[in-house]
Ligand binder design. Structure first.
Ligand SMILES: NC(=O)C1=CN([C@@H]2O[C@H](COP(=O)(O)OP(=O)(O)OC[C@H]3O[C@@H](n4cnc5c(N)ncnc54)[C@H](O)[C@@H]3O)[C@@H](O)[C@H]2O)[C@@H](O)CC1
Length: 476
C-alpha cells in the first residue's frame, strides 16, 4: 500500500505544480492508497485536505494504518465539500467495488463530476468495476488513473478505458511468478508473432512458399474493398495474392492492380473450384460483396472447400436473419471479423451484464472458431484459448475501408500457416501500428503502404526482446 500510495503521489507531482488537493478516501485499501498519497504530497509541501467516506472504525486494517500515517485533520463534508480544491484524488472505491454506488457516496461522485475539477483516480475511477461490466449508477471520469502491477479489463476496453483518462500502470514490487498462479482473463497483444516475414524462413523461400491468398471482389460499383484487402495481404507478406473478380469488375480491377493477380469469378463458377484452381491457402470473403443470397452461396461454398477463411462485412450481414445457417457450417480455421453493428446483427447483445470479452468469447464458442470483435480495443476470442486484446491502434482507423485491409492482413497470416488466433492478433497489431505511423489524415489506402515500416519495427522489437531474454537467462 505504501508503494501504491507513493506511486500515486509521484505521478501527480510529475504532472502538476503544487495545488490544493482534496483526497476522498473510501473504507477499503483503495482509500488506504489515497491516504498514503495524501501524506506524501503533504510532506512535499502540497496543501492537502482529506475526507473519509466511512467512519474510522469501518476502515480496513491497512487503511486504518494509513490514516494513522496521515495523522492530520479529517474534514467533514459539512464544512465545505470541495472548498478551494484544485485537484481531487479519488480513492473511494477501486477493485473492491461490489455493488452500485448509492447514498452519500453517489452524492460525492455527482458533486465531483459536476465541479469539473481534474480528477486523479486510484486504480479505477470510482463507480467503474475492474471487469468492465455495464454501469447502472454514477461513476467518475478521471483525467489520470494510476493502477498497480497490471491493467484490469476496464483499463483496456471501451467505454471504460476512455473514462480512465491517461492510465499509468506502476510496478509495486509484486514478485515474478504471480501470473503463473492465476488464469488471466485476457492478454494484451504486444510484439506478436508474424510468420509471413520471419527471418528464419523467408530469405530461402520462393513466393509460393510464403502463402497464397485469394480475395473475392464485389462488382463494378464496389470493387475497391476487395483491392484494399488484397493490398493488405500482399504488403503483410503473402507471396501470391489473387483478386477473384466478377466479369463486371474485371476492367476496373485490372486498371488498378499490378503485383496482385486477377482471376475470373463468374456467378456460375463454383467458388470451391476457384479456390482449388488457385491453390489458395487462405481466402477473404465479404468486403463489398453485397448482402443477399449470392453472398450466402459464396460463403457456404467457400466453407465447404475447407480453406482458412476470413469472413468480414457482407459475408456476415448476409446471415443476419439466420445466423445458425452460417454457424453450423463454420470450421476452426475461420476468422470472423465483425464490428459492433455486424456482431449484434449476427449474435445479438448477449446477457445484459456481459462485458465485451464475454460477448466475443460466447460468440467464438458458439461458432467453434475465432471471432475478432473490432473497436478501440479489439478482442480476439477462440474456443479454449486466452483471448487477446489489442489496443495498439488509434482513432484514425475509424475510416472507410480500414477493416478490409485488416481482413487481408489476417489472410496473409493464415496462408503462412499461423493459427487463426495468432494470425488475427498479429494482424490487428500490425494494422494498428500502420495507422499510428500514418496518423491524422490517413485513409485506408495509406495502410498497406505503412505496413513495411510496421513489419520492420516489429522485427526489430522481436530481435531486441530475444536478445534481452538471452542475456537474462545466460548472464552477460
Ligand atoms: N490487490 C493488490 O495487490 C493491491 C491493491 N491495492 C489497492 O486496494 C484496492 C482494493 O482494495 P479493497 O479490496 O479493500 O477494495 P476497495 O477499497 O476498492 O473497496 C472495498 C470497500 O468498499 C466497500 N464497497 C464496495 N462497493 C461499495 C459500494 N458500492 N458502496 C459502498 N461501499 C462499497 C466494501 O464493503 C469494502 O469496505 C485496489 O483498488 C487498490 O487501490 C493497492 O494497495 C496495491 C496492492
Amino acid at each position: 500500500m505504501d508503494r501504491a500510495g507513493r506511486a500515486v503521489a509521484n505521478a501527480i507531482r510529475a504532472r502538476w505544480a503544487p495545488v490544493p488537493v482534496l483526497v476522498l478516501a473510501g473504507p477499503g485499501n483503495n482509500g488506504g492508497d489515497g491516504l498514503v498519497a495524501a501524506r506524501v504530497l503533504r510532506e512535499a509541501g502540497w496543501p492537502v485536505r482529506v475526507m473519509l467516506l466511512a467512519a474510522r472504525e469501518g476502515l480496513s486494517t491497512d487503511a486504518a494504518r494509513a490514516l494513522e500515517g496521515w495523522g492530520g485533520l479529517v474534514e467533514s463534508p459539512a464544512s465545505g465539500f470541495l472548498g478551494d480544491a484544485a485537484l481531487v484524488i479519488d480513492a473511494l472505491f477501486g477493485a473492491g467495488l461490489s455493488r452500485p454506488v448509492e447514498g452519500s457516496a453517489a452524492d460525492w461522485l455527482v458533486r465531483i463530476r459536476d465541479s469539473g475539477l481534474p480528477v486523479v483516480s486510484v486504480d479505477l475511477p470510482s463507480g467503474i468495476n475492474g471487469d468492465a461490466r455495464p454501469l447502472a449508477a454514477p461513476h467518475l471520469t478521471a483525467d489520470l488513473t494510476i493502477t498497480f502491477h497490471c491493467r484490469k479489463l476496464a483499463h483496456l476496453v471501451e467505454p471504460f478505458a476512455e473514462m480512465c483518462g491517461e492510465t499509468v500502470c506502476v510496478d509495486i514490487g509484486i514478485p515474478d511468478g504471480w501470473e503463473a498462479r492465476v488464469t488471466p482473463v485476457a492478454r494484451e497483444v504486444d510484439n506478436p508473432d508474424w510468420k509471413p516475414v520471419e527471418p528464419s524462413g523467408y530469405l530461402s523461400l520462393h513466393k509460393h512458399a510464403r502463402g497464397r491468398v485469394a480475395v473475392f471482389s464485389g462488382g463494378s460499383q464496389s470493387s475497391g474493398a476487395g483491392r484494399l484487402a488484397a493490398a493488405g495481404a500482399l504488403r503483410a507478406g503473402a507471396g501470391v495474392v489473387t483478386l477473384c473478380t466478377p466479369p463486371s469488375a474485371s476492367l476496373v480491377n485490372a486498371a488498378h492492380l499490378t503485383a496482385i493477380m486477377l482471376a475470373r469469378w463468374g456467378s456460375d463458377d463454383q467458388i470451391g473450384e476457384v479456390l482449388t484452381g488457385l491453390r489458395a491457402e487462405a481466402a477473404v470473403l465479404g468486403p463489398a460483396l453485397g448482402v443477399g443470397p449470392a453472398t450466402r452461396k459464396a460463403v457456404l461454398g467457400a466453407l465447404e472447400a475447407n480453406v482458412p477463411l476470413v469472413l468480414d462485412a457482407d459475408a456476415l450481414t448476409s446471415f443476419a436473419d439466420d445466423a445458425d445457417s452460417l454457424v453450423d457450417q463454420l470450421h476452426d480455421r475461420c476468422v470472423l471479423t465483425p464490428h459492433h453493428g455486424e456482431f449484434s446483427r449476427l449474435f445479438g447483445e448477449g446477457r445484459p451484464n456481459w462485458n465485451k470479452l464475454e460477448q466475443a468469447q460466447s460468440a467464438a464458442d458458439r461458432c467453434g472458431c475465432t471471432v475478432l470483435l473490432k473497436g478501440p480495443a479489439t478482442i480476439i476470442a477462440t474456443p479454449g484459448l486466452t483471448p487477446w486484446i489489442n489496443r495498439h491502434a488509434c482513432r484514425w482507423l475509424a475510416t472507410a475501408g480500414s477493416g478490409d485491409v485488416l481482413a487481408g492482413i489476417i489472410a496473409a497470416g493464415l496462408a503462412a500457416g499461423m493459427s487463426p488466433h495468432d494470425a488475427a492478433a498479429g494482424a490487428t497489431w500490425l494494422h494498428g501500428d500502420a495507422a499510428l505511423r500514418q496518423g491524422a489524415g490517413m485513409t485506408a489506402e495509406d495502410l498497406p503502404d505503412a505496413l513495411p515500416g510496421a513489419l520492420q519495427a516489429l522485427q526489430r522489437r522481436r530481435r531486441q526482446t530475444a536478445a534481452l531474454s538471452h542475456l537474462l537467462s545466460h548472464g552477460s
